[in-house]
Design a binder for this molecule. Structure first.
Ligand code: NDP
Length: 450
């Protein structure tokens, strides 16, 4: 469609060198074609032209002192993308690969993901190119404080509520919350993913991984299948991967892989979850330590992967759960998965499959759950954390988990019904993109040109 192509060209010209953002934008814009053709109001109100521009982008310097007393300088980002449905909401990522294009892709995806949850949250994202690896606890604290000493003036419980992402867990949220409280003199739900001791929600830590498996459960139920006794591949070994593995076990599946940025584990007996948590959550060690405690498992360092590509995906499985990072599953991996009989790919990470891999999954009509639908459990429970903070109540684990399951079912149904409405019943990419977009777009039209 010429109109969408023109917008895409404009994006490339006016936001140069933001490849991840173009990738996310292209996928969404292309799938909007049938909606735009059928309903002229979106074109008339220039919703696409408006939605691809963040409402506000904040770039800032973060100075901090390392343990040697040396000054370190990092970049800080917060993109407040769209507030039509509620306060900006989305995580903070601390990773050396972070740049404006990465944060913008994550923020753009977040708008539609948050809309799909059916909750009142807008889309935003932020982070820094700070690398937490190898830093002492004091360095992490000083960095988080320095980061918040600028961010605090832009956020607030009803303005913009950040959470965690890669490199940002409960420890970092704690240090940032402490600094926010000191600077503003306010004890409010300005961050989610907080410790359970002081305002966090039960089941937030588990939410993205559990939600991803709930989404797979509903996708598979729709074709009369279950995960019981099925071999599953998981990538990553961080927050999302660990709780994906845990929920897979709850549903009777057998997760046999996990990975980190240095290598992967293949454990045919099933990943030892207690060991994984001990290594990754408690000790923050490399996965290579796993085989010291479980010698029957196999560790493959990344240097041995063919041309540096992740090879988690080369093991035969029924279902695959990419839970590490963007573009970790390419066309070659996708072909290998299908060749080996994989029937389901459900994304815990954001944009883990490359566009040609996504096209192949859609074309072959396997049960494919795109990240913006399948990993929305984290942000959903973040919103439940905000609701608990605002009402000064605390819900039980079961209450939150039951709500999460219901939200994931609802997201699946919304994406599936929308896909059917546009005559592509198995295409949840199209269904999720159109359903998310339509909700935000209608709100933007109703709120006028602001
Ligand atoms: P964590 O930092 O807890 O874990 C990330 C995992 O991915 C680690 O095992 C890390 O290995 C690995 N990893 C990171 N970068 C790379 C890379 N370039 N190559 C190979 N492995 C890599 O992050 P999360 O689990 O929170 O996030 C994982 C994904 O899920 C991200 O895409 C995130 O955006 C998405 N997500 C997270 C949500 C949440 O609630 N946390 C919500 C929705 C989506 P290592 O430790 O060696 O770096």
């Amino acid at each position: 469609m010429e109109y969408i192509k023109e917008i895409f060209k404009y994006l490339k010209r006016t936001s140069p060198a933001q490849n991840e953002f173009y990738q996310a934008a292209e996928e969404i814009l292309i799938s909007l074609k049938p909606l735009i053709e059928k309903y002229p109001q979106y074109k008339k109100h220039k919703i696409i032209e408006r939605i691809v521009e963040p409402e506000r982008q904040i770039l800032f310097r973060v100075n901090w002192l390392d343990d040697n007393g040396e000054i370190q300088v990092n970049k800080g980002f917060r993109i407040e993308f769209n507030s039509a449905l509620g306060p900006y909401k989305g995580g903070l990522r601390f990773h050396p690969s972070v740049n404006a294009g990465v944060i913008k892709f994550l923020g753009f995806e977040q708008i539609f993901k948050n809309a799909l949850t059916g909750l009142q949250i807008g889309g935003g994202k932020g982070g820094s190119d700070f690398d937490p690896k190898g830093k002492s606890d004091n360095e992490i604290m000083r960095f988080c404080q320095a980061f918040m000493s600028e961010l605090f003036r832009h956020i607030g419980a009803s303005t913009d509520v950040p959470a965690g992402d890669i490199g940002v867990g409960a420890r970092e949220i704690g240090y940032m919350f402490g600094m926010y409280k000191k600077l503003t003199n306010k004890y409010e739900g300005v961050l989610t993913g907080k410790s359970l001791n002081w305002g966090g929600s039960l089941a937030r830590k588990e939410a993205t991984g559990y939600g991803c498996v709930y989404f797979a459960k509903y996708m598979l139920a729709d074709c009369g299948e279950t995960l019981k006794d099925k071999k599953c591949l998981v990538s990553g070994s961080g927050n999302v991967a660990i709780y994906t593995i845990e929920k897979l076990y709850h549903l009777g599946a057998l997760p046999i892989t996990c990975s980190d940025s240095r290598g992967m584990i293949l454990d045919e007996e099933g990943i030892d979850l207690d060991l994984l948590k001990e290594l990754k959550e408690n000790k923050r060690l490399s996965l290579s330590e796993y085989t010291k405690f479980k010698p029957s498992a196999k560790y493959t360092p990344i240097a041995e992967y063919e041309k540096g590509r992740n090879n988690v995906w080369s093991t035969p499985c029924y279902a695959a759960f990419p839970c590490a990072t963007q573009n970790e599953l390419n066309i070659k991996d996708a072909k290998k998965l299908l060749e080996n009989g994989c029937k389901c790919v459900c994304e815990g990470a954001n944009m883990p499959s490359t566009p040609d891999a996504v096209d192949l999954f859609v074309e072959r009509k396997i049960a494919y759950g795109p990240g913006k639908a399948a990993n929305a459990g984290g942000v959903s429970v973040s919103q439940l954390e905000m609701a608990q903070n605002a009402s000064m109540l605390k819900w039980t684990f079961e209450e939150v988990d039951t709500k999460l399951d219901g939200i994931m079912e609802n997201i699946f149904q919304t994406a599936s019904t929308t896909a059917k409405e546009f005559n592509e019943p198995s295409n949840l990419v199209l269904g999720a993109n159109i359903a998310g977009f339509r909700k935000v777009a209608d709100a933007m039209i109703e709120q006028g040109l602001v």
